[in-house]
Ligand binder design. Structure first.
Ligand SMILES: Cc1cc2nc3c(=O)[nH]c(=O)nc-3n(C[C@H](O)[C@H](O)[C@H](O)COP(=O)(O)OP(=O)(O)OC[C@H]3O[C@@H](n4cnc5c(N)ncnc54)[C@H](O)[C@@H]3O)c2cc1C
Length: 352
């Protein structure tokens, strides 16, 4: 008998798997590649909300857990996944520059916001005001990380590249059965795929489609990221990721011409040199109305759990959620109320 079955190997399933391994638990992970939010993500870790110059929810403590988590994965898989660069926030008015100065003095933010404004020295950028620089930021190459991690689990015979069929799951007294497997617990980490899960689809998970384009430009020569109406992130070799869009209506997985045109238009507002669009990707962010994760137990079935709802910040949030959920299951430690999915059970869940 296994300790755990995990459904989904995006950032959530990866963080859960890592935590299970640390605790010497036996487990098998299923993934059918039906969602690809974690694969197409920019992978940016940035604790600051750049619209308002405030700290994102719990970002400081999440960063302290996330960075050692990804560094350990680099060691374990013998591969580099972390890229560090600063974000330059383009100001659109003197008022914004002043707001930046006020924010740099605020407790919690001063370690991330550089009080010295940066003048533009790149002739390919359209900039009327200075930039504000955010420190301790960068990105995780999530696609590479997930490919490598999947191979790692495969070698350990802990990965099944197939769809998890909910109709074949049987809940027994104190354990679950699925095809040839028996496990004490099951954790669902399906991202937006959760809406197909009959056990947890009562949760108010809203998809939010995001698209990125990748451009090639020899002239641009940026070694930092720019946040303006659009985010421009350096990938190396004259490639840049530009995005992402936010769309609450469209829940289809395909890339769209509208998103590409919008991103190109926004990009031309920031840069004035030649570029070529060389790639485009799309994914659905697992977003929740109250912008907090959905972590915790099924309202009736005691050995069934969910770890989801990371919205647009999975890179920073996932490594903090997995230990909390496993402490809850294994050590009976209460979940932080803000993340506990039971905040929705009374309103939405109707027992059969
Ligand atoms: C365009 C875009 C840009 C983004 N940029 C960033 C960023 O820069 N920084 C950041 O922190 N976040 C970013 N995000 C958000 C981030 O991607 C998500 O928060 C995170 O990836 C969610 O991870 P997850 O594991 O919960 O879900 P997912 O990544 O969706 O993973 C769920 C997994 O479950 C599998 N699955 C589902 N159903 C089944 C089933 N029945 N059987 C088997 N497998 C199943 C799917 O195949 C998938 O692999 C971005 C998202 C998008 C779309």
């Amino acid at each position: 008998m296994l300790d755990y079955i995990v459904v989904g190997l995006g950032l959530s399933g990866l963080a859960i798997s890592e935590e299970l391994e640390k605790r010497n638990k036996s487990f098998v992970v299923f993934d059918d590649h039906s969602q690809n939010s974690s694969y197409v993500a920019g992978g940016i870790f940035n604790p600051v909300v750049l619209k308002r110059f405030t700290l994102a929810w719990n970002a400081d403590s999440q960063l302290k857990i996330a960075m050692p988590f990804y560094r350990e994965l680099e060691e374990k898989l013998q591969q580099k996944f972390i890229n560090t660069w600063n974000i330059y926030r383009r100001f659109h008015s003197v008022e914004e520059q002043n707001e930046w100065f006020v924010a740099t003095d605020k407790p919690g933010l001063s370690g991330f916001l550089d009080p010295e404004l940066k003048k533009n020295t790149n002739k390919n950028l359209n900039v009327s005001y200075s930039f504000g620089m955010v420190k301790q930021t960068g990105n995780i190459d999530t696609e590479d990380l997930l490919h490598n991690y999947t191979a790692y689990l495969e070698k350990k015979d802990r990965f099944r590249s197939e769809r998890f069929d909910y109709s074949e799951l049987v809940n027994r007294d104190g354990f679950v059965e699925y095809q040839d497997l028996k496990a004490s617990y099951i954790i669902f980490c399906e991202g937006f795929g959760l809406r197909n899960n009959p056990y947890f689809n009562f949760l108010p998970l809203r998809g939010n489609k995001g698209e990125y384009i990748t451009i090639y430009s020899e002239e641009l020569e940026l070694d930092f990221a720019i946040k303006s109406s659009v985010f421009i992130m350096p990938l190396g070799n004259h490639l840049y990721k530009v995005g992402a869009t936010y769309d609450h209506q469209d829940k289809t997985p395909e890339i769209t011409a509208q998103a590409r045109e919008k991103l190109v238009r926004q990009l031309k507002d920031v840069i004035n040199c030649e570029f070529e669009v060389v790639d485009q990707v799309a994914g659905i962010r697992p977003a929740v109305a109250d912008r907090r994760p959905l972590v915790g137990p099924h309202p009736e079935i005691t050995n069934m759990f969910c770890c989801n709802g990371f919205g647009s910040r999975g890179v920073l949030i996932a490594p903090s959620m997995a230990p909390q959920l496993l402490d809850f299951i294994e050590k009976d430690k209460e979940l932080d109320k803000e993340i506990d999915l039971r905040r929705f059970t009374k309103k939405h869940y109707k027992p059969a």
